[in-house]
Design a protein around this ligand. Structure first.
Ligand code: ADP
Length: 447
């Protein structure tokens, strides 16, 4: 009967539903990995020093640039600041052809420099000295605020001769080859750091930056005396932004106790197996695939779509994107089924009432687990940060568009914070653009 089927399905996905005890265990592991990372012991958390020792202090004035590479768009941003706050913003998107994304790095960086000059000249600013913050959203090792060595390319980029090179230096050399502007590259950062700094202009209690987009990562304000890895001379800094790089949390096996057979298949279908473990549980690039893997298994095990022939399309990795999960979750919230039916129809499936409920249930289980996992880590950060109130600045399409994540996160963070500290989640749009220009303003003031 239907009740029996429902029960079987709940049992089949039971390992996706993390108990309170498991949540505590994950929290302990996360805290332990953070401490190891910050003490430079082996850990799946890199805990990178960003060398950003403070936020805006309200004295920053004038014009600042950002170059944003590695997100969905490549852009140049100009920000005008008065009293440390943005009063004007100009943005231009540029196209990077696929031929530039692979091969030698020189043509790629020449193109970046050409785009910067084109933008600066179009603004009539070629004779003005302009600080620039470079958002370079790839794995890098930072040696100082303006030295970022590329560890490996990701996404659609692959220019092997840039690996192990400083991205700032490659950009400066390309700008020097042109010599037609007075742009000064002062800082290199990733989108998470930009989001924290951008958030701090909206809410001065901001101490955490979070990305929930294609990938996921977070950074936070750490006490400087806790940070061992510090290559430059210290100047009595009290705080510094630490980039956790939590996408790789669990790559060393410490999270294996929550891994399900669905996660193993999701991993096997990914480009690089046994890496980005945490990201594969939570981020936009993978959440749809987790749902698809579960649905495909339930179908093969004859627990789902039993009245219909199997859909080849649903059995193909990558075919169920995370935006579809959001649409199905919207149905669950509304108590409706129109989105769910429409999406399944595109897969060539005509579901019965029960199938619809099961598909919605699977989307809920996968989304809910993502919300809980993110919240476990955020609660640990809030407890760690020595402030009366902590605001978390969030950006990314998954957070923005998923209809239930934010609500769940608020609920779970409250439950998991042992300090009972007040917290807030705010949406900080465009940290990778605006945030980078703001970081260049901080760097300029500190020079
Ligand atoms: P990026 O992280 O690449 O800089 P975004 O923050 O826009 O850019 O994230 C894009 C990712 O967000 C997509 O890969 C997709 O997985 C996810 N996404 C897009 N739309 C939605 C949606 N409606 N609901 C949930 N996730 C979405």
């Amino acid at each position: 009967s239907d009740d029996v089927r429902r029960q079987k399905i709940e049992n089949r996905v039971a390992k996706m539903r993390l108990s309170a005890a498991t949540a505590r265990k994950i929290q302990d592991v996360f805290i332990s990995e953070m401490n190891k990372g910050i003490h430079q012991q082996p850990s799946s958390l890199q805990m990178e020093n960003t060398y950003i020792p403070e936020l805006l202090d309200g004295t920053e004035e004038g014009l600042y640039l950002a170059l944003d590479l590695g997100g969905t768009n490549f852009r140049v941003v100009l920000l005008e600041l008065a009293h440390g706050a943005p009063i004007r913003e100009e943005v231009k998107r540029y196209y990077i052809g696929s031929e530039l994304r692979v091969g030698s790095a020189i043509p790629l960086f020449d193109h970046l420099a050409e785009s910067v000059s084109d933008f600066v000249i179009s603004q009539g600013l070629q004779d003005v000295e302009l600080p620039l913050g470079f958002t370079f959203s790839f794995p890098m090792i930072q040696h100082s605020l303006d030295v970022g060595v590329l560890v490996t390319w990701t996404k659609t980029f692959n220019c092997p001769d840039a690996v192990n090179k400083d991205a700032v230096r490659l950009l400066r050399e390309a700008l020097d080859r042109r010599g037609d502007t007075k742009v000064k590259v002062l800082a290199v950062l990733n989108d998470t750091t930009g989001t924290l700094v951008q958030g701090s202009t909206l809410d001065h209690n901001t101490a955490v930056g979070l990305i929930l987009g294609t990938g996921s990562n977070a950074c936070y304000l750490e006490r400087a005396d806790r940070v061992e890895h510090w290559e430059t001379e210290r100047h009595g800094e009290r705080e510094v932004i630490i980039d956790i790089e939590w996408g790789a949390f669990g790559d060393n096996g410490v999270l294996d106790f929550i891994k399900t057979d669905f996660d193993r298949e999701n991993d096997a279908n990914s480009l690089i197996v046994n890496s980005f473990t945490f990201e594969k549980y939570i981020a936009g690039k993978y959440l749809g695939e987790v749902v698809r893997v579960i649905l495909a298994k339930l179908t093969k095990e004859r627990l789902l779509f039993v009245g219909d022939s199997t859909s080849d399309s649903l059995l193909t990795p990558g075919n169920l994107t995370t935006d579809l999960v959001s649409h199905i979750e919207q149905d669950s919230l509304d108590g409706g089924d129109s989105n769910t039916k429409e999406i399944l129809a595109k897969f060539g499936i005509i579901p019965d009432e029960d199938d619809i409920r099961i598909v919605q249930y699977v989307c809920e289980v996968a989304s809910n687990r993502a919300a809980l996992l993110v919240s476990i880590c955020l609660a640990s950060l809030i407890d760690r940060i020595d402030k009366e109130q902590v605001t978390i600045a969030v950006d990314g399409s998954l957070y923005k568009h998923h209809p239930r994540l934010e609500g769940w996160m608020k609920q779970y963070i409250s439950l998991l914070c042992t300090s009972g500290r007040k917290f807030k989640l705010i949406h900080a749009e465009d940290g990778s653009g605006k945030g980078a220009a703001l970081v260049s303003a901080i760097a300029h003031r500190l020079k």
